[in-house]
Every structure is written in C-alpha cells, then in structure tokens.
Ligand binder design. Structure first.
Ligand code: CDP
Length: 234
C-alpha cells in the first residue's frame, strides 16, 4: 500500500498527540511527537543551567543534545530519551510546560530539531504532530490537519492527563499556561503556529475521540486511494 506523510498542527493541549498516535496505529504508521523534542531540549537547557537566550549557551546545549524515542516493551508506548536517559515523565510536568515555548522561539534550536524531524520522516508512513509540521517540517505533506478546541475543554483534559501522572495542578494555572503558549507559539518570528490554507480543520470541542481519529483516518485513506488509482493509470 502507498504510504503518506500526515502533519498534525494545532494549539496546546487540544489532543494532537493522542489523536496522532491513534491515527498512526490505525494505519500502521510511525508516530513522531515533535513537541516531546522541544520539551526534552528545554529539560536539557534547564538541567545544565544554559540560557536559551545566550547564543554561546545555545551552541553548547545543542552540541550535547541527543534525543531519541524508544518503545516501552511493557506499555507498548513510545517514550522520549534525552542523552540515553528516559525523560518521558519529566518532560510532561508543568516545570517544562512553563519554559518550553520560550526555548522553542530560538532559531538555532528549531533548525536542529527540524533537521532531526525531517530525517525521522524520510521513509513516509509517518504521522507527526506539532506547530510547524505542515508549514516548515513537511510543507509537502500529503495530509495536513489543523486541530483546535476551546480553551476550557483543553484545560480540563490537560488537568486530567496531569492527574493521571500524579501531578495535581490548579485549573486556572493550566488555562494560563495553555493561553500563554498559544500566544507565544502563534506570534513568534520563527515558524509561528498558523493554519495552512490546505489543512483540514478539526475542532475537537464537541466531538468524541473516536470521531476525531475517524475523520483523519478517513481523509488519509481517501488520499491513499487517490494516489494508488493515479499510479495505476500511469
Ligand atoms: O502537548 P502540548 O499541546 O502541551 O504541547 P507539545 O506538542 O508537547 O509542545 C510543547 C511546546 O513545544 C509548544 O507549546 C511549542 O512551544 C513547542 N513546539 C514547537 O514550537 N514546534 C513544534 N513542532 C512542536 C512543539
């Protein structure tokens, strides 16, 4: 079967990662969480007392930064590693959420992570989620999706996710963090978050998880079929 590249972008906490994961599973594709890479880079800078606004620190930080993904054999979930250490839990904490958008504004950091993401997506059969996937990382993606949801819905979902991981965070604090990241991510000079004209918009405020996954898988299958019938005729 013909394999395609699916780019999913959208606001903070609107369910991109879980949706992208389910779409990848349904199609038998690889899922790549680009946000996890920005989060791991943020942890690396914090752990080493490096400032993302100091060019020397950025150079030093990037030289010693190695991010990889490995499947956990017990949970069958993909986990993020930073310089050989499993950081999956740590990168999802509010400590990192409060810093990550600042780190993600730095051009040199984006350049390095985008290059890594493009290498990971080379073989097609990939679903990647983030903020600039359809605009910068894979501008020729076969399917681009832009996900949204209202702020209250996103905050409640994120609070539940954090609670499941043992972190109880006030709803107002989560709302403020999501709104702040949306603002920084959408207004930055380098690769701002924006809906591409050719992206399929999926508002997840009032639909079920199965419905949002179904919509994307349906569009993906239509594109695959179209490409296959085109290839058959030529
Ligand atoms: O899961 P959540 O919506 O909280 O965010 P994430 O996908 O883990 O991304 C965390 C942060 O990384 C975002 O708020 C952006 O600042 C940054 N990011 C980015 O700039 N570009 C990407 N492709 C992915 C994430």
């Amino acid at each position: 079967m013909n394999k395609i590249v699916i780019a999913i972008d959208g606001y903070s906490g609107c369910g991109k990662s879980s949706t992208a994961k389910a779409v990848a599973k349904d199609l038998g594709y690889t899922y790549i969480d680009s946000g996890a890479m920005y989060r791991a880079a943020t942890l690396h800078f914090l752990n080493n007392f490096l400032s993302p606004s100091n060019p020397h620190d950025v150079e030093k930080g990037l030289k010693s930064l190695e991010i990889s993904f490995h499947l956990n054999p017990d949970t069958h979930k993909q986990e993020t590693y930073l310089n050989g250490l499993n950081v999956e839990g740590e990168i999802r904490t509010m400590r990192i959420s409060n810093k990550v958008s600042e780190v993600a504004t730095v051009a040199a950091i984006r350049k390095e992570l985008v290059a890594q993401q493009q290498r990971l997506g080379k073989k097609k059969g990939v679903v990647m989620d983030g903020r600039d996937i359809g605009s910068v990382v894979f501008p020729n993606a076969d399917l681009k999706v832009f996900m949204t949801a209202d702020l209250d819905t996103r905050a409640i979902r994120r609070q539940e996710e954090l609670l499941e991981k043992g972190e109880l965070v006030d709803l107002q604090e989560i709302k403020a963090n999501l709104a702040d990241r949306d603002r920084v991510d959408s207004s930055r000079v380098e690769s701002p978050l924006k809906k591409m004209p050719d992206a399929l918009e999926v508002d997840t405020s009032n639909i079920t998880f199965a419905e949002q996954v179904g919509k994307i898988v349906h569009s993906a299958r239509q594109i695959i079929d179209k490409q296959e019938s085109y290839a058959g005729k030529h």
